[in-house]
Write a protein that binds this ligand. Structure first.
Ligand SMILES: Nc1ncnc2c1ncn2[C@@H]1O[C@H](COP(=O)(O)OP(=O)(O)O)[C@@H](O)[C@H]1O
Ligand SMILES: Cc1ncc(COP(=O)(O)O)c(C=O)c1O
Length: 317
């Protein structure tokens, strides 16, 4: 009952769109809506399906189209005030640069707008955008006020310019990140494979909130025997919800929000895995699961309050 008394939060989500499947905006929109957000969806590309499939077709929005929709339409004509702007995949360097300029200005002009930035560059040692985007993301992170950034392991390595393979590296990487990008208040590295835990079959998910001191915290998440597309986009969306949609409660620390976002994502990935295995039968090596089962996971998304993955470990930097 009480949640309906609070204003519905509004987010502008600028990411890719696929007609079939769930990555980019398709992975973020339904979960955010289901958790009570008004989501304004700006699609940077429109593809038949994600490029993890053998074939896809579609088209990219031009920089001019993206700029016009936000500047003339959403801000100029409608004057919409957002609580958050979520940015993900951009189809080229120019679109990234221009749109980051506009979002940065929105945040400078109104301190209530929080920028959640997923620096989409690549994964597992491979870039899937123009390499010039690396320097552009470094500039953006240096010059803009960012509420939360969510690089994966490879993206964190590119942003700090060092390999991140051990707990000691992780500590140094967060230190360097904070030195280089002091205007980024929170950073979460979404999946680290660290040598200390190589026998434990876990991903490490680590976070740092510069407004709360010098502690890096991390969760160890048991690996499900599969690879998923869209899990990164889903966790960024669920962190946005957990940090900003407090239904009138005081804002909770990043470690608590990450514990809840991880509970939601892990439960959805497990459900997706179980439904796939029920169809395909048992397997030995990791299976590639192309589409999250988001609709079938709506009962998970409805949880309130959201359970947590437990207590994180901590390291001081
Ligand atoms: N095989 C897996 N088993 C368990 N959790 C996973 C698995 N793959 C992804 N995740 C979860 O999804 C989150 C985001 O995945 P990640 O691979 O970091 O995204 P990105 O696509 O940005 O690289 C991770 O923090 C982890 O919680
Ligand atoms: C255009 C596009 N956006 C988003 C994603 C999803 O990325 P992630 O699996 O890192 O969440 C993909 C992955 O294939 C993609 O091709």
């Amino acid at each position: 009952m009480t949640s309906t008394l609070h204003r519905t939060k509004k987010v502008l989500s600028i990411q890719s769109h696929v007609i079939h499947g769930y990555v980019g905006n398709k992975a973020a929109t339904f979960p955010l809506q289901y958790r009570g957000w008004d989501v304004d969806v700006l699609n940077t590309v429109q593809f038949s399906n994600h490029p993890g499939y053998a074939h896809f077709t579609g088209f990219k929005c031009s920089t001019e189209e993206l700029v016009e929709i936000v500047e003339k339409g959403l801000i100029g004509a409608l004057g919409i005030k957002y609580d958050a702007v979520l940015t993900g995949y951009f189809p080229n360097v120019q679109a990234l640069q221009k749109m980051a300029g506009i979002v940065g200005q929105m945040c400078d002009e109104d301190e209530n707008v929080q920028w959640v930035l997923d620096p989409v560059l690549g994964d597992n040692g491979r870039l899937y955008v123009d390499e010039k985007c690396v320097a552009v993301y470094r500039d953006i992170l240096q010059s803009s006020k960012i509420f939360l950034a969510t690089p994966n392991q490879f993206e964190m390595e590119l942003l700090v310019g060092m390999p991140v393979r051990t707990l000691e590296d992780t500590k140094r990487a967060f230190e360097l990140f904070h030195e280089r990008y002091p205007r980024v208040t929170r950073v979460v590295v979404t999946s680290l494979e660290l040598s200390e835990f190589s026998n434990d079959n876990v991903y490490v998910v680590a976070g740092f909130d510069s407004s709360l001191g010098d502690e890096v915290f991390f969760y160890k998440i048991p690996k499900i025997n599969a690879t998923f597309s869209g899990s990164g986009d889903l966790i960024t969306a669920m962190l946005t919800d957990s940090l900003l949609n407090n239904h009138g409660r005081t804002q909770q620390p990043l470690s608590t929000s990450l514990g809840q976002a991880l509970w939601l994502v892990t439960s959805i990935l497990q459900k997706t895995y179980d439904l796939n295995v029920a169809n395909q039968g048992p397997h030995d090596s990791a299976i590639s699961i192309k589409d999250l089962k988001l609709i079938q996971s709506r009962d998970i998304l409805k949880q309130d309050p959201v359970p947590s993955m437990g207590k994180p470990d901590t390291i001081n930097i």
